[in-house]
Design a binder for this molecule. Sequence first.
Ligand SMILES: N[C@@H](CCC(=O)N[C@@H](CS)C(=O)NCC(=O)O)C(=O)O
Length: 218
Amino acid sequence: MKLYSGPLSLFTAKVRIALAEKGLAYERVEVDWNSRDRYLPHHLEVAALNPKGQVPVLVDGDVVVCDSTLILIHLEEAHAGTPLLPEGAAGRARARQFEAWADEIVFPAVWGVIEETFYPAAPEGRDAARLEAAQARLAQHHATLEKELAGRTWLCDGAFSIADIGVMVFLGAAASMGVPPSQEHVHLAAWMQRCGERASIQDEFAEMAAFSQAALAG
Ligand SMILES: N[C@@H](CCC(=O)N[C@@H](CS)C(=O)NCC(=O)O)C(=O)O
């Protein structure tokens, strides 16, 4: 298997974590990224494989899968290794719903934080109102998760799943950029700690932190 991967791509991070959790070997092709041009020009092979030109892209034999959510489902259907979806339709629906929620609802707030804190400021300066709005939306998501995680070890019954991967990647990134859950969110904080103790997630965040430090320094 070959994974086209972005060094700081949170969508690729979801896939890298799933591959590590499932213990699957793969070749990693890192696309270029820098804080000014971001992913442009697109990697030629990625542009040929994905009409959107985006990473992650997985090439698994003859099968090409673009989009992190679709890749997570493909890994589950096509490969053995630790399952990352619960048993049964209801559990699977819950896991997929959380994973989609993370991408569609949580990520836009995290993106606001990334653009207003991590990327170089636009010539007209930082947009403080955008950052504040993103922080407020994240606080709402933290409160939702605090309720969901009361009495639970993981977001879905039974075991760690794609739901935990999707949500943790974005909330962990927000926390690393100065927007962690507030102290009253004890269930959420405990869950984030449990996630962070897993080697797959620890390694992923350590690698992204080292890369972003080097990128910002250079
Ligand atoms: N919905 C896609 C989003 C992928 C995405 O936004 N990838 C970014 C990096 S995190 C990218 O390749 N951006 C380059 C571009 O859009 O030009 C997924 O889940 O994989």
